[in-house]
Write a protein that binds this ligand. Structure first.
Ligand SMILES: Cc1ncc(COP(=O)(O)O)c(C=O)c1O
Length: 398
């Protein structure tokens, strides 16, 4: 059974770093990931930084366009905007939650320089079709593996198909070091540029690093306990308004602005945590898959639509319901950790869609699907008994 190991790993990395004495943890993480993927890897402080840096390495900037899917996180269009380029949204295939490859070519213009293929929640994107399109139009293909570490497509690791790929070790990702990410690079020209760029990265400012730890522990030790209490929830909301607790996405980013800490180097302490977490990668993904299989076998309420089973991993388990917000509210009332990735076409609610380059109505499948989206709980450490109670709640829901 998967356990939440991150606290143990943090403690170990702070108090017992002797295990790897003398070896820079960032370098160790790089080597571990390089041998895992068989490609060059560059750890950085987040997935957002990785996207930004890969665009820079490709010489993508003002007047260029980058194709992405709607039904995404603001962390994808934002680094494109920060680079000066424009994100061009393509609608999804509602059956896969990934970009619809049939709609991509219509969006290609002389300004297009790259396509980002997002493996949403661990489900492989349409790699075959996009590889052909990218080749035909001489575009870079960048895999967004923020949700897909450890996943395969036709038995081959995601992250090894495109010219480059990005990983995230942020909170609620496949493995988490609180914050962190990496670039995986196959294309030789991009490798040369990335070496120079990453060598010039500044360190993550100490106050920001401290904030990551303070927020993590505040959440685990205190806020999670009062979340389901009405007054407690209001208090958490207030903290969010002050941008204290809500550090995963800052208020600036909701408006498409670039915080000063993107991009930055991967802090050694976070690399140490990522290394510890990487040891549990298979265990975590197997546990998620076990819970997903249980849901597939046991959810019988026809009002909840399941997507087909798939190759890859189950970072999130999505069900669709016509009245998703009512289900969500009721589930939270009963203290079930339902979640809502992605209940809007550019997550989370409250981002300035226009500033992030999204025009309402342009991706109807993404919008409709987002409205109906719910994530059933499949957090690390979840027991089958808890999953059983979720199934009971879902099957009885009217
Ligand atoms: C699809 C996707 N890509 C990229 C990112 C960026 O990752 P990070 O949070 O490490 O910057 C995220 C983060 O939530 C994401 O969901």
């Amino acid at each position: 059974m998967a356990k939440i190991n991150v606290i143990k790993t943090i403690a170990k990395s702070i108090f017992n770093a002797r295990e790897n004495e003398g070896l820079d943890p960032v370098l160790q993480l790089q080597k571990r990931l390089e041998s895992y993927f068989g490609l060059r890897v560059f750890p950085v402080n987040s997935g957002r930084s990785a996207i930004y840096l890969v665009l820079k390495a490709a010489g993508i900037g003002p007047a260029d366009e980058v194709i992405i899917q709607a039904y995404t996180c603001n962390a994808v269009p934002n680094p494109i905007i920060w680079s000066g380029a424009t994100p061009i949204y393509v609608d999804i295939d509602a059956g896969t939650l990934n970009i619809d490859p049939k709609l991509v070519e219509a969006k290609i213009t002389p300004k297009t320089k790259a396509i980002v293929v997002q493996h949403t929640f661990g489900r492989p994107g349409p790699l075959q079709e996009l590889t052909e399109i990218a080749k035909r139009h001489d575009l870079y293909l960048i895999e967004d593996c923020a949700h897909a570490l450890g996943a395969t497509y036709n038995g081959k690791k995601l992250g090894t198909f495109g010219d480059a790929a990005i990983l995230s070790f942020g909170r609620e990702k496949v493995i988490s070091s609180l914050a962190g990410g990496a670039l995986i690079i196959k294309n030789e020209n991009l490798i040369k540029n990335t070496i120079n760029e990453t060598a010039a990265l500044k360190s993550l400012p100490l106050p920001r690093l401290t904030e990551e730890f303070v927020n993590f522990f505040t959440w685990r030790a205190l806020l999670r306990r009062i979340y389901f209490n009405k007054t407690g929830y209001k208090f958490i909301k207030k903290l969010n308004d002050f941008d204290f607790f809500n550090v995963v996405i800052s208020e600036k980013e909701k408006r498409g602005e670039q915080p000063t800490w993107y991009p930055a180097a991967m802090p050694p302490v976070l690399a140490q945590i990522a290394l510890g977490e990487f040891n549990h990668l298979d265990e975590y993904n197997k546990n998620r898959e076990k819970i997903a299989k249980f849901y597939f076998e046991n959810i019988k309420n026809p009002a909840f639509r399941l997507l087909p089973e798939h190759e890859g991993i189950y970072l999130r388990f999505v069900v669709l319901h016509r009245d998703a917000s009512r289900v969500f509210a009721e589930a939270r009332k009963r203290r079930f950790w339902f979640s809502n990735w992605y209940n809007v076409p550019v997550y989370p609610k409250g981002v300035d869609e226009e500033k992030l380059g999204y025009q309402k109505g342009t991706c109807p499948n993404a919008e409709r699907t987002a409205e109906q989206t719910l994530n059933l709980p499949n957090y690390l450490g979840m027991t089958m008994e808890e999953a059983g109670r979720v199934v009971e709640f879902v099957n009885k829901f009217e």
